[in-house]
Design a protein around this ligand. Structure first.
Ligand SMILES: Cc1ncc(COP(=O)(O)O)c(C=O)c1O
Length: 439
């Protein structure tokens, strides 16, 4: 098929996510390797968002491809009631890289299902019904995961299931809990403590957080927040679920983002970097205490494709690559390089108000004036930012924006030279946002 036929048939017969279908204009991609994608006309693009922040080890890693092929030749599928070698290997591997008290995993098809599982498990284990999560969050598109989600993608599914309470995190969109990290942490936890009182702590099963907020701004928590939150929830017997779907598997320069706060959750939901997106797979890690509960009590969940051997084999290979090629370490090392590029762009382009990077989890944030007002509003990306994203694509760099932020989340295998190449393209396109800067 030629490019036009591919695009036309995809548009005519398939649905594209989160869009009015009439407006979509997809690029037709043919192949990928490392940090690059090639379209069906042979044009090359840097993947500066690791697709949906999921391709952590880079595209089409030969070791993962070989593991998938080997598994396909031996055993493509058996139902989840059987034991298999990839299942044995991945369970052991995950137990090694998660906190010491997390040793059992339930496998799903992706991140939303891992969070759905966590909601059920939290309720079954505690006997409580209410679930806390935060407004600046995304936890998945299935029905209950949408109720965990704070961002506007939730609105279409409301009123949704009962029992979900959303709160502000320490860095809400407009409201300020204080000027310093210490103030933000203290004041936010005091506010949360009061919400918990109002809701009745004995009714609350769990709180879900992204330890570094992903799509909703790439926001690391203020100093002390994760420890303070852990202590507050412990005081009330409320479980802490860390959604590491996006931030996990090395993205932040540590294997899991919660490690930055020196805390350990009761459950971890994972997906994306688990297979580096080679095949769909999610997982929910359970603490020993929670896992023991299900020795005597039924684990009321299951999926036809839970523990699918192909996904598990891909995950084992992807995690081994992450380890063997020291990509978590590379993400930590490249943070400084990325920050230097961001600082240089900020010095040159008045429309950049701020930037952040934790490992290779980064964003540029745009302002419309010297007072630091955001360029565009809540849930309203400014046309100049959309133009920037489009021009980057035309100049050979794929990335994405969330309202007034531009995402900088390349595969963790990126080199210094490739970062320089990527930021040079972005530099070239920022005249769009600078033209919208009002001074
Ligand atoms: C933090 C977080 N949790 C959950 C999900 C949902 O994962 P999936 O799309 O695999 O269902 C996402 C997806 O972007 C995510 O970023």
């Amino acid at each position: 098929m030629n490019t036009q036929e591919i695009v036309e048939l995809c548009k005519r017969h398939t649905i594209f996510s989160w869009s009015a279908q009439g407006g979509v204009a997809p690029l037709a991609i043919e192949r990928a390797a490392g940090i690059y994608l090639w379209d069906t006309d042979g044009k090359r693009y840097v993947d500066f968002n690791s697709q949906l922040m999921c391709n952590n080890i880079g595209h089409n890693h030969p070791k993962v491809a070989a593991a998938i092929k080997a598994q396909a030749d031996k055993l493509m599928f058996v139902y989840p009631g059987f034991a298999t070698e990839p299942r044995a290997r991945l369970g052991k591997l995950l137990a090694e890289i998660t906190p010491p008290h997390i040793n059992k995993f339930f496998f799903t098809n992706g991140g939303a299902e891992a969070n759905e599982g966590a909601i059920k498990v939290a309720r079954l284990f505690t006997g409580r019904q209410k679930i806390l999560s935060r407004y600046r969050s995304y936890h998945g598109a299935t029905h209950a995961a949408m109720q965990l989600t704070g961002d506007p993608r939730r609105w279409a599914t409301e009123p949704g299931a009962p029992g979900f309470i959303r709160v502000m995190d320490p860095i809400p969109y407009r409201y300020s809990f204080g000027a310093t990290d210490a103030e933000k942490t203290r004041n936010n936890l005091e506010y949360l403590s009061e919400v918990i009182d109002y809701e009745g702590p004995h009714n609350i099963a769990a709180m879900f957080i992204e330890p570094v907020i992903g799509t909703n701004g790439i926001l690391p928590p203020p100093e002390g927040y994760l420890q303070g939150l852990r202590a507050l929830l412990d005081k009330h017997g409320i479980l802490l679920v860390c959604d590491e779907v996006m931030a996990g598997f090395g993205r932040t320069g540590k294997m899991f983002a919660h490690e930055h706060g020196g805390i350990a959750p009761d459950m971890i939901s994972m997906a994306k970097g688990l297979t580096s997106a080679a095949l769909p797979l999610g997982a929910l890690g359970l603490s020993d205490k929670i896992a023991e509960h299900f020795d005597k009590n039924v684990f009321w969940s299951g999926l036809t494709y839970s523990a699918h051997p192909m996904g598990l084999a891909a995950a084992v290979a992807a995690i081994e690559v992450l380890r063997d090629e020291k990509l978590v370490e590379n993400a930590a090392k490249m943070e400084g390089v990325m920050r230097r590029h961001m600082e240089a762009l900020k010095a040159k382009h008045p429309s950049i108000g701020s930037y952040r990077a934790t490992g290779l989890f980064g964003a540029l944030e745009f302002q419309k004036n010297a007072q630091g007002e955001r360029l565009g509003g809540y849930n309203q990306p400014h046309p100049a930012i959309l133009k920037t994203v489009k021009e980057c694509l035309s100049k050979g760099l794929f990335t994405s924006n969330h309202w007034n932020t531009l995402f900088c989340n390349p595969p963790l295998s990126i080199t210094e030279e490739q970062l320089a190449e990527s930021f040079a393209i972005i530099d070239d396109c920022l005249h769009n946002t600078d033209e919208a800067f009002e001074g």
